[in-house]
Design a protein around this ligand. Structure first.
Ligand SMILES: Cc1cc2nc3c(=O)[nH]c(=O)nc-3n(C[C@H](O)[C@H](O)[C@H](O)COP(=O)(O)OP(=O)(O)OC[C@H]3O[C@@H](n4cnc5c(N)ncnc54)[C@H](O)[C@@H]3O)c2cc1C
Length: 406
């Protein structure tokens, strides 16, 4: 007979991906008993809370990739979800702006990619077209992406959590509950936590910045390591915020999974500028001087980290400059909005990306979901995973349905 600690599925991690996975499995299998375990006092305390809040359209991602598919599907579902549950959001559109001739070839590639991914309504802009959309922005060419938008992903996660908790009998979201050990014994896995022992037939690892460690606990050799990349933001003062109407993005470097410092109007009406991308010495540390011995050891003893440094050292130095020099950060913003001044920007939030790194120093670009006999591990879910979360949840449900005999 089941006791209160027995579940069919336990999801580790109460960020938007874990919650969306539990929600989707619950929709398809209403009688399945699921618990989401979250180590923090509140759900969505890490990447889901600390991001740009942009509903991405799916323009950048390699056609046919997990990212391209789930971003396109997830965006549509997210907007329907937000409309249905009255979560404030806005489809404000975005522009990707080239400010130098040498960026034009990459801008063209992004446009072609957008067409291949069938992104609705994208069009090329000349300098006049840029100013019609963003009067204070300068550039020599741009792409307009009308269906990009903004939302607060924490609000989405909170709504999903409330929907799960409505089914009191079968669904639980348990906070302040850190999974510290996993032990498979026969048909069930025993989960040791700081609170009590739980048992589940199946586990789903959605632990974000800790996902490689949870996989290791489960005995999975995943051939990658999560390397944390902190992103610092500045915020525009109220008067300067009028200089940005929507979303202004740079042309991305095709060799890197980071989109570059952008200006983002948030759903709260503020304008965030950032994030840069520097190796963080603490996985869940948001201050520039935050340090954790285990996290630093894990990052610096991994050969992939050094191979990545070798490959991207110029980019790395540039990002550290942005982190420590306000003047330099401002210069990057002035490329797009020349009228911004030092007095217009003040330090804002910071976030840490869970970026999977391969053993040869490759920054793993696509989402990665692995399966074993009794577990699913979401091992790489960086941006746009918040936009794509409902579609990732659907994919997790499909894997679980097929392989877990639900
Ligand atoms: C700076 C930045 C900007 C971004 N901008 C965007 C954007 O504009 N649009 C977009 O779509 N995406 C964006 N992203 C990406 C997006 O935020 C993430 O892809 C998404 O939030 C990942 O969700 P998650 O649930 O996997 O991770 P998280 O939100 O990090 O959740 C993982 C959870 O697991 C919990 N956990 C870890 N270990 C344990 C354990 N042992 N026991 C129990 N719980 C545990 C953690 O506490 C955490 O709450 C951005 C990310 C960053 C960092």
């Amino acid at each position: 007979m089941r006791n209160h600690s027995d579940y069919d599925i336990i999801v580790i991690g109460g960020g938007i991906v874990g919650l969306a996975s539990a929600y989707k499995i619950g929709l398809h299998h209403p009688n399945i008993r699921i618990a989401v375990l979250e180590k923090e006092k509140q759900i969505a305390s890490h990447q889901t809370e600390r991001n740009s809040g942009v509903i991405h359209s799916g323009l950048y991602y390699k056609p046919g990739s997990y990212k391209a598919r789930t971003c396109a599907e997830g965006r549509k579902e997210l907007i329907e979800f937000a409309k249905k549950y009255k979560i404030t959001h806005k489809i404000c559109g975005k522009i990707i702006v080239a400010t130098k001739k040498r960026e034009l070839a990459n801008l063209e590639k992004v446009f072609e990619n957008g067409l291949a991914n069938q992104i609705e309504g994208i069009e090329k802009l000349d300098p006049y077209g840029i100013r019609k959309i963003e009067p204070f922005c300068q550039g020599i060419a741009a792409i307009h992406v009308p269906f990009a938008g903004i939302i607060d992903f924490t609000k989405v996660a909170e709504k999903i959590s409330r929907l799960l908790k409505k089914d009191k009998q079968n669904k639980k979201v348990i906070t302040s509950c850190e999974v510290k050990g996993l032990d498979k014994s026969g048909e069930v896995t025993e989960l040791t936590t700081n609170r009590e022992q739980f048992t589940a037939r199946y586990i789903i690892n959605c632990a974000g910045l800790q996902s490689d460690r949870i996989a290791k606990m489960a005995g999975v050799k995943c051939g990658l390591r999560i390397v944390p990349f902190r992103g610092d933001y500045y915020e525009l003062n109220k008067s300067a915020a009028e200089k940005v109407r929507g979303l202004i993005y740079p042309v991305p470097d095709p060799d890197l999974p980071f989109l570059g410092v952008h200006l983002t109007r948030t759903i709260n009406g503020t304008v965030e500028c950032g994030p840069n991308a520097v190796l963080a010495f603490k996985r869940e540390g948001y201050g520039k001087k935050d340090f954790n011995l285990k996290d630093s050891w894990d990052a610096l003893t991994y050969p992939g980290t050094w191979l990545m440094f070798l490959r991207h050292w110029r980019f790395g130095l540039e990002e550290y400059r942005k982190s420590f020099s306000k003047r330099h950060f401002l210069k990057q913003l002035q490329k797009f909005v020349p009228k911004l001044r030092a007095k217009d920007i003040k330090p804002g939030i910071a976030g840490v990306r869970a970026q999977a790194l391969g053993p040869n120093g490759e920054l793993i670009d696509d989402f990665r979901i692995e399966r074993t006999e009794n577990a699913i591990h979401v091992l790489n879910a960086p941006s746009p995973a918040a936009t794509a979360a409902l579609a990732i949840g659907e994919a997790v449900n499909e894997i679980a349905t097929e392989h877990f005999n639900l």
